[in-house]
Design a protein around this ligand. Sequence first.
Ligand code: NAP
Length: 271
Amino acid sequence: MSRPGLAQGKKALIAGVASERSLAWAIAQALAREGAELAFSYQGERLGERVRALASETGSTIVEACDVGRDEDIENLRQAVTRRWDRLDILVHALAFAPREALTEGFTDNTDREAFRVAHDVSAYSLIGLVRAFRPLLAKARGSVVTLSYLGAERALPNYNVMGPAKASLEASVRFLAFDLGPEGIRVNAVSAGPVKTLAAAGIPGFRRMLDHVQRTAPLRRSITAEEVANTALFLLTDLSSGVTGETLYVDAGYHIVGMSFEDDPPGGGG
Ligand code: NAP
């Protein structure tokens, strides 16, 4: 006997699909599989054709450009979605940006005021901006919001640089949004994902080494997949997690709980 989908009949807006490798796309597929109706936003016309083609695979007909660094784009997105839907059950925020020069060795020397500003604006403020815009629709549905974070929010590591403080701001914003919107029944959570090869990840120098390191030292001795991130997002976006808000949930094969591992030692090292 088939069960009803976990997201059956829910209306979900997904921001951040750039390719079929995007974490946003994996989440979209999980939501579609579980019966949600989807709308997509993407950054700019460069991506439009590709995102429209992917969206059509899910039966979605709401596909809008939205550079989250521009208030007028967020307002246009709000209007486009509001024309078609009178409530929003699910909002997925799966996007981030920092100038490439800021993501090279040397946090201090490579973080100038503009890199700091744009990384925090696009990667953290945009969550608040989108939730502000969709608050009335989310409140009608007692909706759920999920964003994507990374361990750099709370630990220092090579090359991630200014994205670390930006993700820390994102995770703090999740807590403040959850605190503020909880009385309206709106939940806000983050998934902190381990490294997965996507376009954004490819922009971080040494990404392959990060992946190898995680595979050797994480308790599960492997990296994680986009589908694993998506299934956890699905949990946070549906009624299965109805008592959870303001949380950052790790999908990283347990990497963040490790204090030390001998697996990374050179062969024959130590006594
Ligand atoms: P991705 O496929 O490259 O997605 C990143 C998305 O952000 C792209 O769609 C990108 O559009 C969009 N974006 C950047 N600036 C934007 C703006 N101003 N307005 C609207 N959209 C903008 O990479 P991803 O790995 O799936 O990233 C999704 C989220 O997961 C990010 O928050 C990332 O930090 C987080 N995350 C990723 C990993 C990982 O290892 N992959 C791990 C932990 C957390 P353009 O392509 O046009 O720039």
